[in-house]
Design a protein around this ligand. Sequence first.
Ligand code: APR
Length: 313
Amino acid sequence: MSRPKISVIGAGNVGATTALMIAQQELGDVVLVDIVEGMPQGKALDMMEMNPVYGYDVNITGTNGYEETAGSDVVVITSGIPRKPGMSRDDLIATNTAIVTEVTKNVAAKSPNAILILVTNPLDAMVYVAHKVSGFPKERVMGMAGVLDAARFRAFIGMELGVSVENIHAFVLGGHGDDMVPLTRCTTVAGVPVTELIPAERLEEIVKRTRGGGGEIVALLKTGSAFYAPAVSAVEMVEAILRDKKKILPCCVLAEGEYGVDNTFVGLPVKLGRKGIEEIFQVALSDKEKEEIKISASHVKELCDHIDKTAKN
Ligand code: APR
């Protein structure tokens, strides 16, 4: 049996870290693609030279083209410009739409059966673009945001309570923007609702920090955006798919009526397995939570309409 093949497009901070983490988990062979000549080749070779020390057996190839990506099982798209201080994720839209369009065309031509995981921001709008350009079924086009947002929420709750993050279970739904929806009601610490452990006011501060989690790192780094947590979050999705784990994770998917959202890409809990999105998982939400998801989805819809309008002009 041959190893699965995972292509990672964009060999910058998020892409290279993703490739590294995929190799470290021996999830399959990795092809790292970037437009900068020599850079993906250099990073891939450097990672190949780590193999003997770690003892993992995977091939990591760097390239500036798409030949080597042919027949990929999963493709993680990270190519694009990252945020700078003062920029919102939405500010990246024109540049990253053009990049994601070009990349998706190339990827889809070489790997018509691949599952696409988008990481490029503004996330939900970029998943929309990749879905449209690839023509792939909705089960095979998704975005990584909810896993990262939930990881940030879990990290902050862990810091607050001084307990293992392994005990903390959380969902963050909605679009990957300032109006994302951390579900405090469904967030538990060793099975105990977090609302019983952290006073409401303090919890609201933690929710606020989660919403601004990406911006907090952009402000500190000054020249780029977060990459360790985004990369590991994408890799959790790759693993769930390739190992057919049927894991319930919050991912950006095309909602067609689920949670009261129609025909919009937005973060919802899904079951991830070898076929991609195998089910949109239904969680009973309060009216307030449903309303928040709807508002967040309407913001995504505006961005996608803007992309369509600009494309026509
Ligand atoms: N094809 C392939 N690679 C490209 C293309 C393209 N058309 N255009 C740009 N790239 C590459 C760049 O050369 C760069 O190496 O994408 C890489 C992006 O890497 P970084 O600048 O380090 O950005 P990174 O921090 O990895 O973020 C990438 O992920 O989290 C999001 O908001 C973030 O949209 C951004 C993306």
